[in-house]
Design a protein around this ligand. Sequence first.
Ligand SMILES: [Zn+2]
Length: 313
Amino acid sequence: MAHEAAIGVDIGGTKIHFAVVDDNGQIRCQDIVPTRGERGAQAVMETVLTGIASMIDIHGRLEEPPPITGIGIGSAGQIHYATGNVAHALDGIPGWIGTPIKRAVEQRFPYPVYVDNDVNVIGIAEKRFGAGRTLDHFICLALGTGVGGAIFHSGRLLRGAYGGAGELGHISVDFNGPRCSCGNFGCLELYASGTGIARIVRERSAKHGVSDPGIDSKDVMAAWHAGESWAEEVMQVAIRALSVGISGIIHAFNPQAVIVGGGVASNGDLLLKEVSEQVRQTTASAMWNEVKLLPASMGASSGVIGAAAQRWF
Ligand SMILES: [Zn+2]
């Protein structure tokens, strides 16, 4: 039996996912709207506030709704944890940096408000309801458009000085590698994200004198699973980068598990198997013997469920 519920909002570059989630992790009602970030930060915040009001309304008309006790928000970019302001973001939403998400929502609704970045809230979903339920020390890696991370230490999220900790996609796996948007060279996300895998395909095509095939990471994964050799070559680059990165992460944090999720890792049994085999060879045995590589278990709604679950974390 659910005793209470919280509103979750997952603000991404292309869509905003709203839901009322109960304390068993079940979605009671939900809605997805386009972000249309080009409208700017203020317009996006208005969409967020309207969506929350609509969730409260719809939830109130369900049969015996558990009471709403909080609002949790996950946003792309980095969140200044103490204030709930956006500390850093890419260009998708002009003016998003500095947006006082927490304050704007608190001013409109009479509930406690929690704000964190989109990957930390995925980690919270796994910790509260998923593969991290019984773990105190684990890492979540989300392989999506970029690569994001969430680090759990002694049952708590490691946040660093202002909330920026866990940007594991910007661990370098090749100091001779290309320049990353963060300034560093050869970052993990240049190889193991959806855009990274597409970039490797483009570079290989150019090298073979073929024009840009316009292939995305989904096409590569499908061709890889079908046993096509060009996709095998591309994926071996991604797998090697991921393995070296995960090995470094294991040495840094001595986790009980590394939970791997995100679009690139969906249907990821083969990916995890190959990565595990390589990580075993590049990780000190005392560390390797204590760590498991696990697939994320919360699925496509992990962002919105984790956003709401901040209420109970
Ligand atoms: Zn980087």
